[in-house]
Design a binder for this molecule. Structure first.
Ligand code: GLN
Length: 487
C-alpha cells in the first residue's frame, strides 16, 4: 500500500529533512500508485521510471552531502507543453511526433535546481486549447472523482494526477483558466500567477499575451512553495518581471481579519449551476466569519470577456502555430512542392479544434476584418483590465466561482465548442487583465464532484491571494478529501 504519494510537498519536505524517508521511497510510491490507477485515469503521457529513480538517487545523495533544499527529492509532474530536456514534448498533438526537447524550460530548470524530481509528463488539450482535455490527440483523461466525467482542461492531466495521488504536485499552464478550472474540477489548488511572474521560456506558446505557468497542488502552502521556486526574472523571457520574489510559503499568515473581499455582482448570473453557486456563496460566508469584510464590486465588461478572449487567443494562436510546417519540428508529411508539404503536414498533424482556432484567428486578423474584430477586442481588453483596477481600489481581492459548472460527463460538449467556450467566462478575465488568480476546493455537488472558489488578486498580489486561500483552507477540510478510485 502506497503512502508517501498521499503526502503534500510540505509534509514530504519535513520527512526528507528529518531522514524519515528518502526521495527514492517517495518516487517508488508515486510510481506504484501511477501503475495501479493510471490505466483508468490516463493522466500520464510518459513517465520514465528509470530516469525518475535516477534523479531520486541524486537527490538523496545531495541530502547526504548537506546540499539539499526544502524541495530536494520531491517529484513533480509536468504538463506536456513545457520542454523537459531529452524528452518528447507532445503538446497533446500528433504534429510534434518525434520531437525531443533540446533544453529545459526555465520553470523546469528552476524546479530541477531546487532539487525536484521531474517525474513524468501529463496529458492536456492539444496546444492547451480546450476545457476538458478531450481535445488531446493522445488519450482520454478521466476525472478521479467520477471516471465518467472530464477532469477539466486544458491541464487535465496535471489536476487528475494530483487528485488521484499519482503525483504529489504538478505544473500546468493557464491561458484562459487551464490551471484554475481543472484544479476546481478535480478538487485541487491551482494558481495562475500574474503575467510575467514566471518565465515562459520553454513553454510552448498558445497565446503569448495570455499564457502563464502555474502549479496544481493539494494545498495552498504547496502552491506557494512551487511558485517561489519558479518565479522571477529570466533574461530568456523579456516579459518576465524583474520584481523580487518573496518567500511566499514562509510568509503565509492564515489571517483573514481586516481584509476586504469584493464579490462581483456580474459573476453570480443565470446559467451558473445552483449547487456551484451554493458552495461558492457558503465559502464567501466562511471568509466573512473569519473576519473578512465583504463588499460588492462591479466588473461590467465581463459580459464581453468570452468573445474578447476567443478573438485574441485564436489570433495569437494562428501566428504561434504557423511554425508547425513539417520543416522545423516533428511530423512531416511529404508533398509535391513546399506548399503541399505544409498543407499535408498540418492537415494530418492538427486536430479539429486546433484547425478551427487557426481559421478563426486568421480570419479576425485578415485585412477588412482586423478593425472590426481584433482591434475592437484589444480595446475591450483594456476596459476589462480597467474594471479590475477600479475594483481593486475598493477591495483586497475578489472572490467568485471558477467555473459555472462542476465537471461534466465525457462527450457532453464534444459537438458544441461554443458551449465549452461559454464555461470559461469566470477565468478568462484574469488572463485578459494580466492579474493573478487562485482556485481552492470549497465543497462538493450532491453527485460528489468538487467545486472551486476563485480568489483574484491585483497584479503581483500573489501573496495576498495565497494568504486568503490559506486562511480559508485552514478553516475547512475540503482539501483533505480524497477520491475513492479503484485501479
Ligand atoms: N479553455 C480555454 C481555451 O480553450 C482556456 C485554455 C487555457 O487556459 N489554456 O482556450
Amino acid at each position: 500500500m502506497s503512502v508517501l504519494n498521499e503526502k503534500t510537498v510540505e509534509e514530504l519536505s519535513v520527512l526528507l529533512e528529518s531522514g524519515a524517508c528518502t526521495s527514492q521511497e517517495i518516487v517508488r510510491d508515486v510510481l506504484a500508485e501511477k501503475n495501479r490507477i493510471d490505466p483508468v485515469i490516463r493522466a500520464y503521457v510518459e513517465l520514465d521510471e528509470e530516469d525518475a529513480l535516477a534523479q531520486a538517487v541524486e537527490a538523496d545523495a545531495a541530502r547526504a552531502r548537506g546540499t539539499a533544499g526544502p524541495l530536494t527529492g520531491i517529484p513533480v509532474a509536468i504538463k506536456d507543453l513545457l520542454n523537459v530536456r531529452g524528452q518528447s514534448c507532445t503538446c497533446g498533438s500528433k504534429i510534434l511526433q518525434g520531437y525531443r526537447s533540446p533544453y529545459d524550460a526555465t520553470a523546469v530548470a528552476r524546479l530541477r535546481s531546487a532539487g525536484m524530481v521531474m517525474a513524468g509528463r501529463v496529458n492536456m488539450d492539444e496546444f492547451a486549447m480546450g476545457s476538458s482535455t478531450e481535445n488531446s490527440a493522445l488519450q482520454t483523461t478521466r476525472n478521479p472523482w467520477n471516471t465518467a466525467c472530464v477532469p477539466g482542461g486544458s491541464s487535465g492531466g496535471s489536476a487528475s494526477a494530483v487528485a488521484a495521488r499519482m503525483a504529489v504536485a504538478s505544473i500546468g499552464s493557464d491561458t484562459g483558466g487551464s490551471v484554475r478550472q481543472p484544479a476546481s474540477f478535480c478538487g485541487c489548488v491551482g494558481l495562475k500567477p500574474t503575467y510575467g511572474r514566471i518565465s515562459r521560456y520553454g513553454l510552448t506558446a498558445y497565446a503569448s499575451s495570455l499564457d502563464q505557468i502555474g502549479p496544481i497542488t493539494r494545498t495552498v502552502k504547496d502552491a506557494a512553495l512551487l511558485l517561489g521556486a519558479m518565479a522571477g526574472h529570466d533574461p530568456m523571457d523579456s516579459t518576465s518581471s524583474p520584481l523580487d520574489v518573496p518567500d511566499y510559503a514562509a510568509s503565509l499568515t492564515g489571517e483573514m481579519k481586516g481584509l476586504k473581499l469584493g464579490v462581483p455582482k456580474e459573476y453570480f448570473v443565470e446559467g451558473i449551476e445552483p449547487e456551484v453557486d451554493a458552495c461558492v456563496r457558503k465559502a464567501i460566508a466562511q471568509c466573512e466569519s473569519l473576519g473578512a469584510e465583504i463588499v460588492e464590486v462591479s466588473l461590467p465588461n465581463t459580459r464581453y470577456a468570452t468573445a474578447t478572449y476567443y478573438i485574441l487567443a485564436t489570433a495569437e494562436a494562428s501566428t504561434n502555430l504557423a511554425r508547425y510546417d513539417g520543416v522545423r519540428y516533428g511530423l512531416r508529411v511529404e508533398g509535391a512542392d513546399p506548399i503541399a508539404l505544409y498543407m499535408n503536414t498540418r492537415a494530418a498533424g492538427f486536430g479539429s479544434e486546433v484547425k478551427r482556432r487557426i481559421i478563426l484567428g486568421t480570419y479576425v486578423l485578415s485585412s477588412g476584418y482586423y478593425d472590426a474584430y481584433y482591434l475592437r477586442a484589444q480595446k475591450v481588453r483594456t476596459l476589462i483590465a480597467r474594471d479590475f483596477s477600479e475594483a481593486f481600489a475598493r477591495c483586497d481581492a475578489i472572490v467568485c466561482p471558477v467555473s459555472p459548472t462542476a465537471a461534466y460527463p465525457l462527450g457532453s460538449c464534444a459537438d458544441d465548442p461554443l458551449k465549452m467556450y461559454l464555461g470559461d467566462i469566470f477565468t478568462v478575465t484574469a488572463n485578459l487583465a494580466g492579474i493573478c488568480g487562485l482556485s481552492v476546493p470549497c465543497g462538493f455537488t450532491s453527485g460528489g464532484l468538487p467545486v472551486g472558489l476563485q480568489i483574484l488578486g491585483a497584479p503581483f498580489a500573489e501573496q495576498k491571494i495565497l494568504d486568503i486561500g490559506y486562511a480559508y483552507e485552514q478553516s475547512t477540510a475540503w482539501h483533505t478529501e480524497k477520491p475513492a478510485i479503484q485501479g
